[in-house]
Design a protein. Structure first.
Length: 206
């Protein structure tokens, strides 16, 4: 990844933190540090636990989240919170979230979307230029890009958020979706299935 120092920091933090995925299942615990979109008072409250390095999360982002955002979030009908998780390769997952955070709140979800959509290019080998390209498109020059990924405090915060999500909420896979406090037993595979899950949640079901 971007710099040897960044790799060392991320590897050390993640190893020391023992970031794992819990077994029990609880209602989502929303932290002020979590990133959200939409109307906080909306009747539909969606929480997604996702990792930047998770292929299924990338597919969900493109196939399900994009139309969900347009139909529900952008119209004020839903509030969405992203819980940052770390799956292998954890350095890549952490780096993606760190870049999104460094870009600022207004560009956070833009970067998240771009990182997810870049997953198919990772198989070509070197991820650094891909992440640099995304960072540059969102106002981070090379110096700020390297500084961002060398920020030990930020790396520790990412690891802590991921560990807390696992420990407190018992999430054991990504992506995991909660609607109005209840976990979806089956991940929606189409926008229609997401709409149906929301309709069920509004009626008090799953």
């Amino acid at each position: 990844m971007p710099t040897r120092r960044a790799l060392v920091i991320l590897s050390a933090v993640l190893a020391a933190g023992g970031v794992g995925l819990g077994a029990a299942q609880a209602a989502p615990t929303i932290s002020p540090d979590d990133m959200s979109l939409g109307n906080p008072k909306a009747k539909v409250q969606v929480v997604e636990y996702a990792s930047m390095a998770c292929p299924h999360c990338g597919h969900f982002n493109e196939a399900i989240f994009a139309p969900f955002k347009a139909k529900w979030i952008d119209t004020g009908k839903a509030h969405y919170t992203l819980k940052e998780m770390l799956t292998e390769p954890v350095q890549v997952a952490a780096a993606g979230f760190m870049i999104a955070r460094c870009a600022g709140p207004d560009k956070y979800f833009t970067v998240v979307d771009q990182v997810f959509r870049s997953q198919s290019r990772w198989v070509q080998g070197n991820i650094k230029p891909i992440f640099q390209e995304i960072a540059a498109a969102n106002g981070l020059d090379e110096a700020r890009f390297n500084a961002c990924l060398s920020d030990q405090t930020a790396a520790e915060a990412i690891a802590k958020r991921a560990q807390n999500a696992s420990d407190q909420d018992g999430v054991n896979s990504t992506p995991t979706i909660f609607i109005n406090g209840k976990k979806l037993d089956n991940l929606p595979q189409t926008p229609a299935e997401m709409d149906a899950a929301i309709a069920a949640a509004l009626k008090g079901g799953r």
